[in-house]
Design a protein around this ligand. Sequence first.
Ligand code: NAP
Length: 505
Amino acid sequence: MPGAFGKGIDRLCGVLAAPTARGLRRLLALALRETPTAEIRLDWLKNDAERRAFLKWLKVHGPRRAQLIATCRRRVGGGEFAGDAGEELYWLMRAKDAGCAWCDLEVETLRELPGKSVRGYAVPGKVLLSMHDFRKTPIFPKKLTLPDAGGANAIKVAAMARSLADCARLLRLARESRDVVAVAMGEIGLPARVLALREGSALAYAPVAAATAPGQIPLRDLKALYRAHELTRATRVYGVIGNPVGHSLSPLLHNTGYIAAQKDAVYLPFLVENLKAFLKSLPDFGVRGFSVTLPHKEAIFGDLHAVEPLAEKIGAVNTVTVRKDGSLYGSNTDYVGILRALEKKIKLRGARVVIYGAGGSARAAAFALDQAGAQVFVCARRPEAGRKLAKAVGGEAINRSALRSLEFQALLNATPIGMFPQEKASPLAAGELNCSLVMDLIYRPIRTKLLRLAASRNIACVSGVEMFLAQGVAQWEHWMGSKAPESRMRNAVLRALKNEENTRW
Ligand code: NAP
């Protein structure tokens, strides 16, 4: 049976917030391209004149088939409206007159009304009673039911998620209750925002324009990339864990692949501060596998039940598969990424390859190159670290000064020098590039200063984006058990990186 707001796409709600009536109208048009349901934040309009202008326009020109929720949240409820409860109700009544079927009324306002009820006020006929906690996820019952008194038709609980356990509690609330909207705020809450609808939340909110707070997913992405309104309990859940994780391109890479290959799966970013707590919450989210990024690549070892032998040697895992019995299997596709990226350009067997750096990715590169039969050299600012890594793969450690005299087939940068926002820096000078190919593991920017130096000396270049794509594709295929739609995934990531670069410079 459909819930209070309907079903399917009706439950995706675009949030419109702008300082002017004109801006709000533009956002409404954008929202309605994606979903018929939109929340109009009257409190965000900069003054009463703008509120009046917008509602006047809405009454005459407003969309007829849309499901509009009017909100004029006061500061006491976490909104922008400076007026009192009476003024809030005034604007909600005007919104009804302009065609809004729903209004959002904070519990703080309801408490101030005579009889603690909104009945008898000419506000929109359907009332979403909202409770916000911007600091924490409070303790609430497992299940909420609509109060008989008060006149509410649905309840919204929006709470700051400070842990994945908070997210799990909010999802449980959505699952157990009817006509309850569960919103997990903050960056940690992001997975719960995507999964809310499948767990039974009556609505999922998303800003129409770019996200204005961490953890918000723009409406277009929530619909087209995460397909939040189509997910079911049968949908396989994957994700990436890291801290930070907000800039990861893995959700774009994997989800694009699922859409192109019509897989019933979704891939979410999990901001994980506490690894143990995340692992405990795996069943709550139904996670089948996850990518691991910094700072968990090594720490995860202690919790794995089995590890692929090469990952064991490398000492880092970037892919974890959750087996049917809940046990965790770790593997590493970073080395596959490095090999696939390089093998397109040179024959590795017998090639002399020098790695600059001796950290985690240098280690994956060294083992990968050794496996492929290359002769591995390591050059690191801490000679001891370089020697240790070289020894682990039967390679040779060299001093930085040797880069000017020795020749190599390929040179890899495995340091972060040259990565955004230090993109004007190069880890090495032009005179140190005595090779026929340079690969930079960095992919922000796609073409680093080092690669530009190499190109100016007619040296072939490989961007770190090739490694990122190849490791992700290998992961995707490992979990899906079928060939990945590589070109679609590649185009999506390259487009996103180029957009990022264009907006930066
Ligand atoms: P890491 O474990 O922290 O290792 C960094 C290495 O760079 C260490 O050897 C470090 O030396 C060295 N280093 C740092 N600053 C230096 C400097 N100013 N001069 C000389 N050496 C310096 O990092 P990682 O995980 O290996 O990542 C390295 C780079 O690879 C990052 O830019 C990352 O974005 C990139 N990466 C790309 C992909 C991909 O898919 N394309 C995947 C993984 C990593 P010390 O030990 O002396 O500090």
